[in-house]
Design a binder for this molecule. Structure first.
Ligand SMILES: NC(=O)c1ccc[n+]([C@@H]2O[C@H](COP(=O)([O-])OP(=O)(O)OC[C@H]3O[C@@H](n4cnc5c(N)ncnc54)[C@H](OP(=O)(O)O)[C@@H]3O)[C@@H](O)[C@H]2O)c1
Length: 312
């Protein structure tokens, strides 16, 4: 089967650049949106040029210019959007509604993967304010996709390893301490950690796979389903030292939201659902969804221990 042509939107982003790399590595004709708004952001421009050198094609287009989106979409079979959705950085999830309109008008797209790549928003109807905005906005985009009869795949990637493992699952930290750690509650709730390059490789695998059409794909590498305590133990083994441990109760954690910025509160609520409620791993995947490491056993995913070696 001929491989699909892929357009990646948000291609210079944290996940987006990995998607471009994975798409090229898996032999797809790869197009990357080049937004004029990036102007003289030299890092982004250089990154785009490096994609071009690796064989990608740059497509000019802007969310402020609807027709440019339609024209970009017409070039390909598959559209993957990795637009920002982390409040402490930038949150632009609803901009995708313009993209959904463009995909409908273009009429040629065989698969659309919106910017998801985290907790499954469909399971987060009871999430707390203000963190639920992330899930609510992603559900608004899903509704538009489904009402537009656009073929889709939703990738639920669980925890980006860089955010969660780097900080030993503590919000506000992305480098592991060699002295101490605060456990969230008893530190025993399981979460799921995935190397961002693996997320990109699995994502690209799904795009031509009939088993993932109109499905949610959960990325649950079995060895990476661990509690915060287990993550800390792996780190302690790597550095040959036991950390001092304290813990913060659920009540104190929620009380700590007060006085934080809106963006920080959104992030803290996400940690609350992951680390106190175990929202990522406390359910079985139903028949209406599939799991990536089972679908693609040929991908040798990075284990938590392998990932954490970079911090030693
Ligand atoms: N599971 C997790 O732990 C986790 C962690 C972080 C993020 N996520 C999810 O992953 C997805 C991608 O997040 P990310 O952190 O990779 O995003 P990011 O690096 O913050 O941004 C990605 C891209 O969004 C585009 N963008 C930003 N502002 C824009 C605007 N005003 N107009 C148009 N485009 C704009 C830019 O694309 P250009 O390349 O065109 O400049 C940027 O490179 C989101 O859905 C997010 O919720 C999940």
């Amino acid at each position: 089967m001929e491989k699909s042509k892929v357009l990646i939107i948000g291609g210079t982003g944290y996940l987006g650049k990995r998607l471009v790399k994975a798409s090229l590595a898996q032999g797809h004709e790869t197009y990357v949106l080049h937004r004029p708004e990036i102007g003289v952001d030299i890092d982004k421009v250089q990154l785009l040029l490096s994609f071009k050198e690796q064989g990608a094609q740059l497509v000019p287009g802007s969310f402020n210019d609807y027709h440019s989106l339609v024209n970009a979409v017409k070039l390909v079979d598959v559209v993957i959007c990795a637009i920002s959705g982390v409040h402490i950085r930038s949150h632009q999830i609803l901009l995708q509604l313009k993209l959904v309109d463009a995909i409908k008008e273009a009429g040629n797209v065989k698969r659309f993967l919106p910017s998801e790549f985290g907790t499954d928003p469909a399971r987060m109807g009871d999430a707390l304010e203000p963190g639920r905005v992330t899930f609510d906005d992603k559900m608004v985009v899903r509704k538009a996709i489904q009402e537009g009869n656009i073929p889709f795949t939703y990738v639920s990637a669980n925890c980006f390893a860089g955010y969660f493992l780097g900080g030993l699952c503590q919000p506000g930290f992305i480098l592991p301490s060699r002295d101490s750690v605060t456990l969230l509650g008893d530190g025993n709730q399981k979460a799921i950690y995935v190397d961002e390059d693996d997320i990109a490789m699995y994502t690209i695998k799904t795009i031509d796979d009939p088993r993932t059409l109109n499905k949610t794909v959960y990325i649950r590498p079995p060895k990476n389903i661990l509690s915060q305590r287990e993550v800390v133990q792996i780190w302690e083994k790597l550095i040959g030292k036991e950390l001092r441990k304290s813990s913060i109760s659920k009540e104190d954690f929620l009380a700590s939201l007060k006085g934080q910025s809106y963006a920080q509160q959104v992030g803290l609520v996400h940690y609350y659902h992951v680390c106190y409620e175990g929202c990522l791993a406390n359910f079985e995947i139903g028949n209406d969804a599939v799991e990536a490491s089972q679908l693609y056993p040929e991908i040798k995913y990075t284990t938590v221990e392998e990932y954490m070696k970079r911090y030693v």
